[in-house]
Design a protein around this ligand. Structure first.
Ligand code: HEC
Length: 148
């Protein structure tokens, strides 16, 4: 049984690596989709449509952190065309894009640190921790994403 689980995990991993190698556009869009999902969960809790819990707050925060620290790896040269809304500016102004990535990661990291082990204790502390993270969406999209 254990062997089977390991095999499945290995398959999964090799699948992911192949995906990253063959189709970085698909990978980065999936990563942003996970950011969108975490934003949906966060927004739902902030609006009172989804009951707040520290574990859910932590989950949303951790998704942001995971995305912020991996997203930048999926923009190799030549992936500015195709099924993507990434702006050519990402490659023209690579230093600026890196700065935007770094800020996103720093804000997500601060939110993680503020979350503690069990997640933000209440909705107010969740809002305080995640507020700065959400400011990154619009600023980066406006600068580095094209509207289609
Ligand atoms: C550092 C830059 C950056 C930050 C910060 C950022 N995004 Fe994005 N996002 C992008 C880029 C670039 C794309 C386009 C990716 C592509 O099409 O290749 C994108 C695409 C998306 C998409 C569409 C994914 C798809 O399937 O096409 C969603 C949804 C999204 N972002 C949500 C968010 C939310 C919500 C936040 C804030 C919590 C956020 N993003 C923060 C750069 C960023």
């Amino acid at each position: 049984m254990r062997k089977l689980v390991l095999c499945v995990a290995a398959l999964c991993l090799s699948g992911m690596t192949a995906m990253a190698a063959d189709d970085p556009i698909a990978v980065r869009k999936h990563i942003m989709d996970s950011v969108g999902a975490a934003a949906g969960l966060s927004g739902g809790m902030m609006k009172g449509q989804i009951p707040y819990s520290p574990a859910a707050g932590k989950s949303a925060t951790a998704s942001m952190m995971a995305a912020a620290s991996s997203f930048g790896a999926f923009f190799p040269e030549g992936t500015d065309t195709g099924d993507t809304t990434a702006s050519p500016k990402i490659w023209e102004d690579a230093a600026g894009f890196q700065k935007a990535l770094d800020k996103f990661a720093a804000d997500a990291g601060a939110a993680m640190a503020a979350s503690g082990k069990d997640g933000p204790a209440d909705l107010e502390s969740f809002k305080a921790a995640m507020g700065p993270v959400f400011q990154n969406c619009k600023s980066c999209h406006e600068a580095y994403r094209i509207k289609k």
